[in-house]
Ligand binder design. Structure first.
Ligand SMILES: Cc1ncc(COP(=O)(O)O)c(C=O)c1O
Length: 425
């Protein structure tokens, strides 16, 4: 395996390749192959961009036939058949059954561009500059989104101030005994709080990059009520947790709320193509034409993949499948992993789970475990404060057998690393 050319020519900014040091050339569903022919089980799923697996045949067939028909490949935001078909399908399968009357804005290719659009739109609607975001939240790396992202290391990369965002406490483990919604309410209604009313509150129902911190349905509902009472827009960033990851299409379905603005990206295109979109309540569509523009808004192949992914979701009854696999992961983590050490913590919902090592050796141990997993043939990422949480995020379509093997690899890696470091097992 040679990686010299990357070291020599690719910027130092590269990151994931440092943890998964192999040169990959093929992938199928939940397995990625290196050029040396080694196979790796994928518990990373493109950071949530591959919910339907690598090279899903059902989706691929449609994409190939579009290719072969010389369909429009690049269309700016012009009207195309691919876009029309996607809007129709999205409306029929996702919005209408939920009684949602959203308009759709296709943003630039990345999630962060949808976040930028949402922040701009909220500020324009409410004529207020401020935004509330949550500690531990991740919303992207461009300046507006980065301002709403909690990770200090990421923020330092900006080299400029990141103004107009105030961070509120998220109900994560150290906040269990603290009513974060009451706190926000007080901030908003205390004439001396020193913090002006924001245009919007941006939140994730599950902070994935933040360490698999899961807001309860009650908390989500109270947040939604708080926004309504205080004339603040609620933006749900469903870029990572959406598209079926939690067991339902939107991660906020479980709380039965209707955010003013919803952001989707990552798995929405079904096939790993770049795509992001913003859903807004009809009355909030006050954009002037072209006011949030961009050359790559509405990737045509992504429209084809996205439409087909929605068909896949229905035809293969993925929701039921996710529930079964979720039950398996939960049981495995509870019975086989939690029992390895009394200071371990596991959290999750649907098919996104975390094993928290912050009280058992912290970042150094989680790093060694992730590295050992890779040596055993499993790709798994670390997230959370100081990267102390192993994130289990396989494609939703992973075969049960591979899911079991991947979990067993994690267990073995933990046992080995704990023993090597003198931690009790
Ligand atoms: C919740 C959330 N929002 C926004 C983003 C940014 O998306 P992108 O990396 O495509 O810009 C991410 C990426 O991980 C994310 O997890």
């Amino acid at each position: 395996m040679t990686t010299d050319i990357f070291d020599l020519y690719e910027s130092n900014v590269r990151s994931y390749c440092r943890s998964f040091n192999a040169v990959f050339n093929k992938a199928k569903n939940a397995v990625i192959y290196s050029e040396e022919g080694r196979d790796y089980i994928d518990f990373f799923a493109g950071a949530g961009a591959l919910n339907y697996g690598h090279n899903n045949d059902f989706i691929k067939e449609k994409i190939l036939s579009y290719f072969n028909s010389d369909g429009i490949m690049h269309g700016l935001d012009m009207y195309t058949v691919a876009k029309r078909d996607f809007i129709n399908k999205f409306n029929e399968s996702i919005l209408k059954p939920r009684g949602l009357d959203y308009k759709i804005q296709f943003c630039g290719a990345t999630g962060t561009n949808a976040v930028e659009a949402a922040l701009k739109l909220a500020r324009k609607i409410k004529r207020r500059a401020g935004i509330f975001s949550f500690m531990g939240g991740f919303h992207g790396m461009t300046l507006g989104s980065l301002a709403a992202t909690g990770n200090i290391q990421n923020r330092l990369g900006a080299g400029v101030q990141l103004p107009n965002v105030t961070f509120m406490p998220y109900p994560y483990k150290f906040m269990k005994s603290f009513d974060t919604i009451d706190y926000i309410d007080n901030v908003l209604n205390d004439a001396n709080s020193g913090i002006e009313k924001p245009a919007a509150i941006i939140f994730e129902t599950i902070q994935c990059e933040g360490g698999i911190n899961i807001a309860s349905t009650d908390w989500i509902r109270r947040l939604s009520d708080l926004c309504k009472r205080n004339d603040i827009l609620l933006i749900c960033d469903d870029i990572q947790a959406g598209c079926g990851r939690t067991g339902t299409f939107f991660s906020f379905d479980r709380a039965e709320i209707v955010p003013d603005i919803v952001l989707l990206s990552k798995s929405i295109s079904g096939y790993g193509f770049p795509m992001s979109l913003l859903l807004m309540k009809r009355e909030h569509d006050i954009w002037q034409p072209g006011e949030h523009n961009g050359t790559f808004r509405g990737n045509q192949l992504a429209f084809i993949g996205a439409q087909r992914a929605l068909e896949y979701w229905e035809e293969f009854n993925l929701q039921k499948d996710v529930q079964e696999k979720s039950d398996f992961i939960k049981n495995y983590l509870t019975n086989e992993i939690l029992t390895l050490h009394n200071l371990l913590d596991v959290r999750g919902i649907g098919m996104v789970w975390g094993i928290d090592f912050s009280d058992v050796g912290g970042a150094e141990i989680s790093k060694q475990i992730a590295r050992r997993c890779f040596e055993f043939g499993l790709i798994i990422e670390r997230v959370g404060r100081n990267d102390t949480v192993l994130k289990i995020m396989p494609p939703l379509t992973i075969e049960m057998e591979l899911l079991q093997t991947g979990c067993r690899i994690i267990k073995q890696a933990i046992i080995d690393v704990f023993k090597e470091n003198g931690l009790n097992v």
